[in-house]
Design a binder for this molecule. Structure first.
Ligand SMILES: *Cc1c(COP(=O)(O)O)cnc(C)c1O
Length: 299
């Protein structure tokens, strides 16, 4: 597996949704095209952790995630390609049937350990985990994750855009973008409720990042990973008109918000938006095949 970012990223100027009459153009940075498994922002966030582990001659990497975690499977695949062992601590009891995400992680040699929710919460940021010698926090959260995410900004010229919009989970990606971008307006769309906790967390890993970006609350569709039928039909309609596949947790909500904001005159005329397609398509495998008009595991 190779990660030559420049070869893999295309800026796909294909979204011109209903609001093109006001001359607002939305471009998409297709990080989902980076790699089929280490998709989206995850490679960017992982790169400096893995480099540090390699340099320190660490052999085993442990990290944390839920049964549908993009981060967990990305870590498994990246470790596999770099000749590192990996341990995945999974939130919740071991299910009878492993999710496609966990099966994929296993296929990359990840050793899965299931933790009760209480135990998981206590352990997920514990850097002195006895079973391993290098721990990456849930979601790649941390300063090296921020440093890695900042390299996403090398893939475009911020002068070409008025706004950059990105989905937010742990806040690591948006913190990296905030460090790297100086002029453009940066908008974060949280996938979880609780803006205060999020901004507090971001402050810990990137003290000035929160001031650089506007977090728009209220677009969680009921909460993390909730996906009412209306969201699914939006994803299908978006795919039919733009051929862009999105995921239920992060990117569908991002695209939806961008269109809503434009329709409600949030952006000035002639604005040029860059939407970061941060990947995560594998998570759609929690759906039924007939829910989406594109393959659940991505294109
Ligand atoms: C992990 C993930 C995010 C959130 O990134 P954070 O750095 O945790 O904020 C956004 N989009 C997708 C598709 C992801 O998988």
């Amino acid at each position: 597996m190779q990660f030559h970012n420049a070869d893999l990223i295309t800026i796909d100027p294909v979204i011109r949704p209903s609001f093109s009459h006001r001359n607002i153009t939305a471009f998409t940075l297709r990080l989902d095209k980076c790699h089929p498994v280490v998709s989206g922002n995850k490679w960017f966030k992982l790169q400096f952790y893995l480099e540090e582990a390699k340099k320190g001659n660490k052999k085993t990497i442990a990290t944390f995630g839920g049964p549908w975690s993009n981060h967990l499977v990305a870590t498994a695949a990246a470790c596999n390609s770099l000749g590192l062992q990996s341990i995945g601590y999974v939130r919740g009891e071991k299910p009878k049937q492993l999710s496609p995400t966990l099966l994929a992680a296993t296929s990359y040699g990840m050793n899965l350990q299931f933790l009760s929710r209480a135990c998981y919460a206590a352990e997920k940021n514990n850097p002195t985990n006895p079973l391993t010698n290098y721990v990456i926090a849930e979601g790649g959260f941390g300063e090296l994750g921020v440093k890695g995410a900042a390299t996403i900004a090398n893939l475009f010229n911020e002068k070409d855009f008025t706004h950059v919009l990105a989905a937010v989970g742990s806040g690591t990606m948006i913190a990296g973008l905030a460090q790297a971008l100086h002029q453009v307006s940066l908008i974060g769309i949280p996938a979880l409720k609780g803006k205060e906790a999020l901004e507090k967390a971001i402050k810990k890993i990137a003290p000035h990042a929160a001031e650089r970006c506007t977090m728009l609350e209220g677009f969680e569709w009921g909460g993390f990973a909730k996906h009412p039928a209306e969201l699914l039909s939006y994803m299908n309609q978006l795919f039919k008109t733009t051929h862009i596949p999105t995921d239920i947790v992060y990117t569908a909500k991002l695209f939806y918000v961008a269109e809503q904001l434009a329709a409600n005159n949030y952006f000035k005329e002639n604005s040029r938006l860059l939407l970061i397609h941060s990947g995560g398509l594998q998570g759609n495998q929690s759906l039924k095949k007939e829910d989406l008009c594109f393959p659940l595991a991505g294109l």
